[in-house]
Design a protein around this ligand. Structure first.
Ligand SMILES: [Fe+2]
Ligand SMILES: [Fe+2]
Length: 484
């Protein structure tokens, strides 16, 4: 049984009203108000907020029970059960329009009254729960940063969150009830031809789908913006399809960043190719040793700007000291030294104005800077070294927890030499002057690697580095330098 309820009785015949009140008391319910006329019922109900109203259809006064119920329900949310001795079609029809929770024909038994009340209260509780979950769903959708459009099974829009409204340029009240394709106009980026959203297929196959791009969204004002999207069917508890939800986002900024990176990368690749060819030529002509080539490569990089001068030499010095402290075989020192001397060779691909920017980098600029390990790799893999120099240089910004770049490698996936180089690079970078700040000092560099010990940096390398400074009395060579 539903918990004891507060019930209001609207009945113009006093004897019947009393009888109903007695029955309610026997059932354990309380009567929170009575009324004999419609006007009285409206004011009592509004003041008392009953859980349920038993409403006689025939009432004293100007308005009948159906009209009274309409007025009450326009003010408060309450279930109504009609009571009547007459059940003509017109009355039933009018009553139905007020969404009654029950309809009892007088005279009715106590059992019938009991059942009608239980059903009405149960139904009302369930509806309240459903409304609450719908409210929560709508609130969640409205707070999502991605654009969300919900449709019914006929692809008519039933909800548009604020992000979807601002990206499409349509207000929710304009779009509600319209077919999705009237609001969400998508075209193929390459051909300009209309592109169907995946919603029709989602509704038909009942599976989530992504739109295969690249595509453009035509905003209400005709402007075209790149988007990516996905759609999923909405299926209720009993497996019934109730509509589809489409999620999409404006990827203008991302596209811009990708284009900038690609342009920079293309230029850089070209520049690196030329410079590599030049270096190779000089190597042939002068018959230099591998170390000589490396030195030339390093000098060439550093010659581009004053801040990078010396950084690579100092990183190489420290990396070798750490390797020695760790007991790495002497035969590996050469690899570590060479990798250190050229680890930032890829920076020839980074525009000089970004390298020398006297302020923190924007996300796009940082994306460009982050290309330097791969740019270096492209160059170095073509040079025949007897060691995996290209891989070590490629990985010098990888971190143990996968938060590094360019590949997000973790733990043992990172070359041991690259882990040594990574630590040396951070300590040198923090120790030295950078375009946008003065040198922070070696202590700050060591604090940084201790803070990241085990999470970002190999603990053995960090410990060895601390010993190099604290026990070995290591000092960086005094060459103007800067990091990367
Ligand atoms: Fe670097
Ligand atoms: Fe560096």
């Amino acid at each position: 049984m539903v918990d004891k309820a507060r019930i209001m009785v609207v009945e113009d015949e006093a004897v019947i009203s009393m009888e109903i009140q007695d029955r309610l008391a026997r059932m354990g319910h309380s009567v929170c108000g009575t009324a004999a006329s419609g006007d009285e019922a409206v004011s009592v109900a509004t003041a008392n907020h009953p859980d349920l109203i038993l409403m006689d259809v025939q009432l004293r006064g100007d308005i009948d029970g159906v009209e009274t119920a309409q007025r009450i329900r326009s003010r408060i949310e309450v279930p109504v059960i009609y009571l009547t001795a007459f059940a003509d079609d017109r009355t039933v029809q009018r009553a139905r329009e007020t969404e009654p929770y029950g309809y009892l024909i007088k005279p009715f038994s106590e059992k019938e009254l009991y059942a009608a009340i239980e059903m009405a209260l149960y139904k009302h509780t369930m509806e309240e729960k459903l409304r609450e979950s719908q409210r929560q769903f709508a609130t969640t959708v409205r707070c999502i940063a991605d654009c969300v459009i919900v449709t019914d099974t006929e692809m008519r829009i039933t909800l548009m969150n604020p992000s979807a409204q601002s990206v499409t340029g349509w207000r929710e009240e304009e779009a509600l009830g319209l077919k999705l394709d009237a609001v969400l106009k998508i075209v193929d980026e390459r051909t300009g031809k209309p592109f169907e959203t995946p919603v029709a297929e989602v509704l038909e196959k009942r599976v989530a789908l992504n739109m295969i791009g690249p595509v453009l969204l035509i905003r209400k004002n005709g402007e075209r913006i790149p988007v990516e999207d996905s759609a999923a069917p909405m299926i209720d508890d009993v497996g019934r399809l109730t509509g589809a939800v489409m999620v999409f986002r404006d990827i203008t900024e991302r596209k811009r960043a990708e284009a900038a990176v690609k342009t920079a990368f293309d230029t850089l690749e070209e520049r690196v190719r030329d410079q590599t060819a030049e270096l190779r030529g000089s190597l042939d002509r002068l018959g230099r040793t591998v170390e000589g080539t490396i030195q030339a490569l390093a000098t060439m990089v550093e010659a581009r700007d004053r801040y990078t001068a010396g950084h690579q030499v100092r990183v190489a010095d420290l990396a070798c000291e750490i390797a020695q402290q760790m007991g790495v075989a002497e035969s590996r020192f050469g690899v570590i030294r060479i990798a250190g001397l050229i680890h930032d060779v890829g920076k020839v691909c980074v525009p000089i104005e970004i390298l020398n920017k006297p302020a923190p980098l924007s996300p796009i600029e940082f994306e460009i800077v982050k290309q330097h390990p791969r740019a270096a790799y492209e160059v170095l893999e073509k040079i025949e070294f007897p060691w995996p120099i290209a891989d070590i240089v490629l990985q010098h910004h990888e971190r143990l927890d996968g938060s590094g770049y360019p590949s997000g490698l973790r733990g043992d996936q990172i070359h041991p030499e690259a882990r040594i180089l990574g630590v040396s690079d951070v300590v040198e970078a923090m120790s030295s002057h950078r375009p946008y700040r003065a040198a922070l000092g070696t202590d700050r560099g060591l604090e940084a690697i201790v803070a990241g010990r085990g999470r970002l940096y190999d603990p053995q390398v960090v410990d060895a580095c601390l010993r190099v400074f604290n026990q070995g009395g290591f000092h960086f060579r005094n060459i103007p330098s800067a990091p990367g």
